[in-house]
Design a protein around this ligand. Structure first.
Ligand code: ZN
Length: 307
């Protein structure tokens, strides 16, 4: 029986993290990054997105990344897609899980995806069906569920309505994303509770950004509310080029530290995660936001030997 305290972490650094980098890392470096995450114990990695390379040049090598990745038993390579064309590319490239995003606010959905939220929901229902037929597991994220950079507060009722509509496709999981990092823990508890009431039995995942320093607190609130899958990025890299002032995801190593010491195993080796955060600093040529990369793990000292 699975441990009810276990929390799965989905590593989103290779996509959500790297897409907001001003520079573009070589494909081989991205592949090395993903392999390091897997070696550290991660079992789900959002490896790339299949979107217009003119809009997101950082992800232009999506097919090449998938082609270079070795397949591991039990590891899921998630490709982010925003429309049917992206799904076809992800399926052809060999993703065994696809993630689609629907933004809770229409203005943001238009800016990010060029279509209305309704059109994205229709695309998702079609993609989810096609994915299942192809043996690929589909999940969907409701983005900007905690606030929108253009419309401001997003009513809980709006998020719940979108969740109910995307749930019609019977997804493997639905995620609630604080895309711009405005949420606070009390909001997490309320939203997770309302969504669970609306779609009982559907697995929930949460995605937090640390833009206003509430990311780890929000993650803990989500776990207290019963969520057992969280997104994070090694080094805490990330953001969104289409959301003004959005900064990094919560750092995988910071999250692992908090969860392990709170009695929630993750299957991730903290030392290996910290080493990867340091390695990322070298690849990016600048410090990463992760706190554990700076402070290191807490290693209690053995009591001094009595003389
Ligand atoms: Zn994000």
């Amino acid at each position: 029986m699975p441990d009810k305290h276990h929390v799965d972490i989905v590593e989103v650094g290779p996509r959500d993290g790297l897409q907001s980098e001003p520079g573009v890392l070589p494909t081989a470096t991205k592949v090395a990054f993903i392999e390091r995450a897997i070696a550290a114990g991660v079992r789900r990695v959002e490896v790339t997105s299949f979107v217009n390379p003119k809009r997101v040049p950082q992800m232009a090598d999506a097919e090449a990344v998938l082609a270079a990745l070795p397949r591991h038993e039990g590891v899921h390579y998630v490709g982010l897609v925003l429309n049917r064309k992206g799904f076809e590319r992800a399926a052809a490239a060999g993703c065994n899980e696809i993630g689609m995003a629907v933004v809770a606010s229409d203005t943001f959905n238009q800016r990010n995806q060029g279509v209305t939220s309704d059109e994205s929901i229709a695309a998702w229902l079609d993609i989810a069906r096609a994915a299942k037929a192809a043996g690929i597991r589909p999940q969907v994220t409701v983005s900007a569920a905690f606030g929108c950079p253009f419309e401001g507060e997003v009513p809980v009722s709006r998020v719940v309505e979108i969740v109910q509509r995307v749930a019609e496709a019977d997804p493997f999981e639905i995620a609630l994303a604080d895309t711009i990092g405005v949420g606070v823990p009390s909001q997490v508890i309320e939203l997770v509770g309302r969504v669970r009431e609306a779609v009982p039995g559907v697995a929930l995942r949460c995605h937090f950004h640390n833009t206003r320093n509430t990311g780890i607190a929000n993650a803990f609130a989500a776990v207290q509310a019963g969520v057992r899958t969280l997104d994070a990025s090694l080094g805490g890299i990330g953001g969104c080029p289409f959301a003004p002032a959005a900064t990094g995801n919560i750092a995988t190593e910071d999250l692992v530290y908090m969860l392990h010491r709170s009695g929630h195993p993750t299957g991730i080796d903290l030392a290996a995660a910290i080493e990867t955060g340091k390695w990322l600093q070298e690849q990016l040529g600048r410090p990463v936001p992760s706190m554990l990369v700076k402070a290191g793990d807490f290693v209690p000292r053995a009591p001094a030997q009595a003389a």
